[in-house]
Design a protein around this ligand. Structure first.
Ligand code: SAH
Ligand code: SF4
Length: 356
């Protein structure tokens, strides 16, 4: 019975890397270059359907139509923010989960923020995705398809991809890695690796693993505090992989790949915006090739959190500016991230699908 079910299930080609596709085609008795052709159709020409693949001979195309599938996600709905043209998309997986991706058009670039999990198990106290809990890992096809749909639906030329949507990419490592491999393959002709950023709450062993791989994408570490105790309180994962271990890991990453680390820092009133925080932050930033992104905290009051999460308040704008200035006086490179799409809850860390 189990075998019968398996034989009727279609093979999901979307999400296979170039070498996996070549293996698939040779395993069914076809030439290697069919793998390259299908790769190009899926990831470069962004085909919605196998029937579009007109350089694949009809009999093989029919076989593929019967036995395989290239659709990982379907469009569900979208909202456009009134302020900056940010669009939040909701996409549906084949098993009926809703995930979100955010498109942020700016003057010189258009960034797509992709999700890697439905929900997130890590429970950071300031994060809406954390509050909704963990539901499942996305596979590489589901990660890639966010790009296909966002690009086709918006008509925008996407120049940058950030893995900063729902989920922790490095605890879904193999799927994230294969998606990165697909994005950065020559044949995809999409996005240069330097324009892809993986944001992590700090899974030190996986940062080393990525550093030692063939990829050279950028890493953003969600720092949020330079003190172990404070960080553990707002990010429980810090009890498993400490700040110290993570700083060593990103330092190694920067050296190994020749990239600059981005430290993300959500400004929380009284928690991480004190003068001692400036001092420690400057020390860390001087030690590691990096820049700091100060992020205004998007309040989660609408989700009625309990415990410590309920106490968190945003740092006032004036203090954020002062905090940035004092870091700059110490020659640290600091960026203030404007919250984009706050009106549609599309800003970073607010991605959570409303529970039914
Ligand atoms: N799990 C990864 C990537 C997704 S979170 C990570 O934690 O890095 C993406 C970014 O949004 C992180 O820097 C996260 O700290 C930030 N973020 C989470 N909640 C936020 C909130 N309420 N307001 C502003 N930024 C938030
Ligand atoms: Fe997960 Fe990142 Fe949110 Fe933390 S901030 S709960 S790691 S998505």
């Amino acid at each position: 019975m189990e075998n019968q079910q398996k034989s009727t299930e279609k093979v999901l080609l979307k999400g296979l890397t170039l070498s996996e596709l070549i293996n698939y085609f040779t395993s069914i008795g076809e030439k290697r270059f069919r793998g390259e052709q299908v790769f190009q159709w899926m990831y470069n020409r962004l085909a919605d359907d196998i029937s579009e693949m007109n350089n694949i001979p009809k009999p093989l195309r029919n076989k593929l139509l019967e036995e395989t599938s290239i659709t990982a996600l379907e469009y569900s709905e979208h909202q456009t923010s009134e302020s900056g043209g940010t669009i939040k998309y909701a996409f549906k997986t084949a098993d009926n989960y809703i995930i979100e991706s955010v498109l942020i058009p700016e003057v010189k670039r258009t960034t797509l923020c992709v999700s890697t999990q439905v929900g997130c198990p890590l429970d950071c106290q300031f994060c809406a995705t954390g509050l909704m809990g963990y539901q499942k890992n996305l596979n590489p096809g589901e990660i890639f398809d966010q790009y296909r749909l966002a690009k086709k639906l918006s008509g925008e030329e996407i120049t940058n991809i950030v893995f900063m949507g729902m989920g922790e990419p490095l605890i879904n490592y193999n799927n994230t890695f294969n998606a990165l491999k697909i994005f950065s393959e020559q044949l995809t002709q999409g996005i240069s690796q330097r324009k892809i950023t993986v944001s992590t709450s700090g899974i030190a062993p996986k940062i080393y693993e990525l550093a030692d791989s063939e990829l050279k994408v950028k890493i953003a570490l969600s720092l949020h505090s330079c003190f172990e105790e404070v960080r553990s309180k707002i990010m429980p994962i810090n009890q498993k992989y400490s700040l110290r271990e993570n700083l060593n890991a990103v330092k190694y990453y920067a050296q190994k790949t020749g990239t600059r680390i981005t430290f993300e820092y959500v400004m929380l009133k009284g928690v991480n915006d004190r003068d001692v925080d400036i001092k420690e932050l400057a020390k860390i930033a001087r030690d590691i090739p990096s820049k700091i992104n100060l992020i205004p905290f998007n309040s989660l009051k609408h989700m009625q959190p309990s415990g410590f999460a309920a106490e968190l308040e945003p740092t006032p704008k004036a203090r954020i500016n002062e905090f940035a200035d004092k870091l700059r006086e110490r020659n640290i490179s600091v960026f203030l991230r404007e919250t984009q799409g706050g009106d549609i809850a599309a800003a970073c860390g607010q991605l959570a699908v409303k529970r039914q």
